[in-house]
Design a protein around this ligand. Structure first.
Ligand code: NDP
Ligand code: GDR
Length: 340
């Protein structure tokens, strides 16, 4: 039985990846951290007697910044494949938490690569990189594997550090390291403070009759939003290649936050009109004029990428991977899931 180790197994991507690998017959080992409140709801359905009893799903307490225990764990598990997904993943919060963001998204990669040098050299590593490495790439649309990096927030800086280290260890130490430069991917398991999930949860509540108002920041943010379960398939495919390489994972199409919100409201039968500008902007229900969405200065970032759009041509050509779900379909899928 092939052994995979997933850091970040309790997160959105980690949970879908664990599902995929279990379905493929892997033994899946996951890093979980101690928390005062229960943090495993995304993988509860996988913790069956069969999976746990047969050793096909094993959870290990750990913490990226506890370097010695992390190192010990890797040597104990000796995985064939490592999917390194853990870390502080909120771009906006990285302005408030720059140090922990850089430790978890940057230095933790270095510790992992150093540990790997002592492991069996056939171990393969996937590193979860991000479109945020490109910053605000004017004139470079869409972005691909050759687009220059120019991050504009601490999160993006840490991911650049991690990505470049991955390349260096691949080239200088011969490690099998793949960087997946993923653009936004969403799902009903998305964290509740990311914009698509805020919108889908809010739209479902409003459709159910709650007098809720969704408060958002920059409605002009334009992102390339795909569907997370499709992206974890690409992560796995990367590690099955003969040669380690870097790939952009994206749909190639973008929408603004405003468009995503309009699609979510339309999907629950509450069409809205946007009125006003900047922090005065609101969305009103078309049927009774009630405000259902409001812009709040609280959610603006010091700097925000205007538009990020990926070119997934290399992933299509070499991995045979193509994103299927995006735009209004993604919004509809997410609000439907909220409605149960
Ligand atoms: P989530 O925020 O949903 O999950 C993050 C995971 O990391 C959780 O399991 C979390 O544990 C764990 N984690 C965070 N800090 C630590 C730590 N110090 N020690 C151990 N575990 C830790 O992220 P996603 O699943 O959305 O993303 C996965 C990775 O991909 C991240 O690195 C993210 O930056 C990157 N990425 C994501 C994209 C997306 O659109 N989703 C796009 C591009 C890159 P806990 O549950 O305990 O909090
Ligand atoms: P992003 O996703 O920063 O692209 O990072 P997020 O959903 O946080 O923001 C997308 C866009 O929406 C705007 N926005 C808001 N964002 C949040 N979170 N909350 C709001 O209320 C809000 N209102 C408007 C943002 O300004 C931005 O323009 C995600 C994460 O998964 C990263 O880990 C990953 O690397 C990148 O995607 C690719």
């Amino acid at each position: 039985m092939k052994k995979a180790f997933i850091t970040g197994i309790t997160g959105q991507d980690g949970s879908y990846l664990a599902e995929l690998l279990l379905a493929k017959g892997y033994a899946v080992h996951g890093l979980v951290r101690r928390a005062s409140a229960y943090n495993r709801s995304r993988i509860d359905h996988l913790r069956t007697d069969e999976n746990v009893g047969s050793g096909r799903l094993v959870l290990h307490y750990g913490e990226l910044n506890d370097v010695t225990s992390f190192h010990r764990l890797l040597h104990k598990i000796e995985p064939a494949e490592i999917y390194h997904l853990a870390g502080q993943s909120h771009v906006g919060l990285s302005f408030e938490l720059p140090e922990v963001t850089c430790l978890e998204n940057g230095m933790a990669t270095l510790h992992l690569l150093e540990s790997m040098r002592e492991l069996d050299t056939s171990t393969r590593l996937y590193l979860a990189q991000s479109s945020e490495i490109f910053g605000a790439p004017e004139g470079e649309d869409p972005q691909d594997e050759t687009t220059p990096v120019a991050p504009r927030n601490p999160y993006g800086c840490a991911k650049v550090f991690s990505m470049q280290l991955g390349k260096v260890y691949r080239e200088s130490h011969g490690l099998f390291v793949c960087n997946g430069i993923a653009f936004n991917h969403e799902s009903p398991r998305r964290g509740e403070n990311f914009v698509t999930r805020k919108i889908s949860m809010g739209a479902a509540r409003i459709a159910a009759g709650d007098e809720a108002v969704i408060e958002l920041g920059n409605l002009d943010g334009r992102r390339d939003w795909g569907y997370a379960p499709e992206y974890v398939e690409a992560m796995w495919r990367m590690l099955q290649q003969d040669r380690a390489d870097d790939f952009v994972l994206a749909t190639g199409r973008t929408h603004t936050v405003r468009e995503f919100a309009a699609a979510a409201f339309a999907a629950v039968g509450v069409p809205v009109d946007f009125q006003g500008q900047g922090v005065e902007e609101v969305a009103r229900r078309r049927d009774n004029g009630a405000i259902v969405l409001r812009v709040s200065p609280r959610y603006f970032r010091p700097v925000d990428a205007v538009s990020l759009r990926g070119n997934p041509a290399k992933a299509k050509a070499e991995l045979g991977w193509k994103a299927q779900t995006q735009g209004a379909d993604l919004a509809a899928l997410m609000v439907e899931a909220e409605r149960g």
